[in-house]
Design a protein around this ligand. Structure first.
Ligand code: AMP
Length: 237
C-alpha cells in the first residue's frame, strides 16, 4: 500500500465525504489523515479488539476513511479489495453502536453471501471486547434461525439484499433504530440486479440514516445516482 496522497479540499458541513484510492493514491474531499488508531478517539475496548486482531497501523484508506464516517456524514469510499475498506466501515460502525441498546443499529449490505459472512466475521472479531451482537443474514441458511436471532435482538446486521428484505417483510427485522446503513461494493450490487431490493430496504430505514457506500469502480455520478434513486425512485436508475 502506498502512502496516502494529498486530498483536495475539506468537505463542508452538510456535504457528503468522498475518498478515492487511485493507483495507491488517496484523493477526495476529506484532508484529515489520522495515522494511528490511538488518535481516532475510539472506545478503549474497540482499540483492544483492533490490536488483538493484529492491526498495528491504519491502512491508507483507513487513515482517511474512518474519521468522515465518525463525523456522521454520508460517505463514499472507492477502493479496490485488499486496501482495508471492510475494516474502515466496520470500525466506524462499531464505534457508533449504543452498547446498551439491544436493537439493530447498523445495517451492512453486500452483494454476495460469502462477502456478507466475511464482513460479519471481521465485525465480530474487531468488536470482541465490546460484546456487540452481530448476525450474517444471508440466503442458504435456515429462515427460522434468522427469525429467532432477530427476536433476541442484534445490534449489527450484515446481509445480502434478498434475505434482509425477506426478514423485513416477515416483520422479523425492524430497522427503526438503524443509524448507519452501509452498502459494500455498491456498484457490484447494482450490476447484480439488486437495485429494487436495495430500494425496498431503503424505504424501511429511518429518514435520517447515515449512508456509507463503498465501490470498486469509478463511475462519477454513481453516488448522486444512488441517493436520488433511493430517495425518489429506483426506476430511474
Ligand atoms: P479488505 O480490503 O477489507 O478486503 O482487506 C484486505 C486485507 O487487509 C484483509 O486481510 C485485512 O485483514 C487486512 N487489513 C485491513 N486493514 C489492515 C490494517 N490496518 N493492518 C493490517 N492489515 C489490514
Amino acid at each position: 500500500m502506498s502512502d496516502p496522497g494529498k486530498g483536495e479540499v475539506y468537505a463542508q458541513d452538510g456535504q457528503d465525504a468522498h475518498i478515492e484510492e487511485v493507483g495507491g493514491r488517496i484523493e477526495g474531499n476529506w484532508e484529515e489523515v489520522v495515522t494511528s488508531f490511538d488518535n481516532m478517539k475510539l472506545r478503549d475496548d474497540l482499540l483492544r479488539g483492533i490490536y488483538a486482531y493484529g492491526f498495528e497501523k491504519p491502512s491508507a484508506i483507513q487513515q482517511r476513511g474512518i474519521m468522515p464516517v465518525l463525523s456522521g456524514r454520508d460517505c463514499i469510499c472507492q477502493a479496490q479489495s485488499g486496501t482495508g475498506k471492510t475494516a474502515t466501515f466496520s470500525i466506524a460502525v462499531l464505534q457508533q453502536i449504543e452498547l446498551k441498546l439491544n436493537k439493530t443499529q447498523a445495517l451492512i449490505l453486500a452483494p454476495t453471501r460469502e462477502l456478507a459472512q466475511q464482513i460479519q466475521k471481521v465485525v465480530r472479531a474487531l468488536g470482541d471486547f465490546l460484546n456487540v451482537t452481530s448476525h450474517a443474514c444471508v440466503g442458504g441458511t435456515l429462515v427460522r434461525d434468522d427469525i429467532r436471532i432477530f427476536r433476541d435482538g442484534v445490534q449489527i446486521v450484515v446481509g445480502t439484499p434478498g434475505r434482509v428484505y425477506d426478514m423485513i417483510n416477515r416483520q422479523a427485522l425492524n430497522l427503526n433504530a438503524v443509524r448507519i446503513f452501509v452498502l459494500d461494493e455498491a456498484d457490484e450490487m447494482l450490476s447484480r440486479g439488486f437495485k429494487d431490493q436495495i430500494y425496498d430496504v431503503f424505504q424501511h430505514l429511518p429518514a435520517k440514516v447515515q449512508v456509507c457506500l463503498s465501490r470498486r469502480r469509478c463511475r462519477r455520478k454513481f453516488w448522486k445516482f444512488l441517493k436520488s434513486s433511493c430517495e425518489i425512485q429506483c426506476a430511474s436508475l
